[in-house]
Design a protein around this ligand. Structure first.
Ligand code: ZN
Length: 146
């Protein structure tokens, strides 16, 4: 799957309000959603929307992402659930739990796609460090509408 250089920069990205200070961007073109890490560290978090990765639900008012988001390869190692527009802390995972989840993910992809996954999707995938922050992305989006 093509990884967008910045979902927020993509004019087709749809910003969906999570909470008063959080936005989840939906980029249908890239089949992914993106948000700024909910721990507040500023890392951009990508959650590919595929049958074996994440699914997103919008009920007309709130957004949910399933399953939980685990930022295991980030310094923060945050783990949370986004349910009905709320961020729910999900607690830390041990390295063994992370390895077990990666194996479950690999097996799920193999079952779904019918062949060994060439490379497990690292999730979430951060943008390069020099990329723009989420607020400049939001400002840019808003400036198009004003
Ligand atoms: Zn974080």
């Amino acid at each position: 799957m093509n990884q967008p250089s910045s979902v927020r920069e993509d004019p087709q990205s749809v910003p969906l309000v999570l909470t008063s200070d959080r936005v989840l961007y939906l980029a249908m073109e890239f089949g992914t959603a993106a948000h700024s890490c909910c721990c507040g560290c500023g890392t951009d978090v990508y959650t590919p929307l595929t049958p074996t990765d994440w699914s997103m639900t919008y009920d007309g008012e709130t957004v949910s992402l399933n399953p939980s988001v685990g930022n295991w390869h980030q310094k923060c190692r945050s783990h949370y659930v986004i349910r009905k527009g709320k961020v729910i802390e999900a607690g830390p995972w041990s390295d063994e739990q992370v390895a077990s989840e990666r194996e479950r993910d690999r097996a799920a992809k193999e079952r779904h796609y019918g062949k060994p996954a060439a490379k497990a999707v690292e999730r979430p995938t951060p943008e390069p460090a020099e990329s723009v922050g989420i607020w400049s992305g939001i400002k840019r989006l808003l400036s198009r509408w004003i």
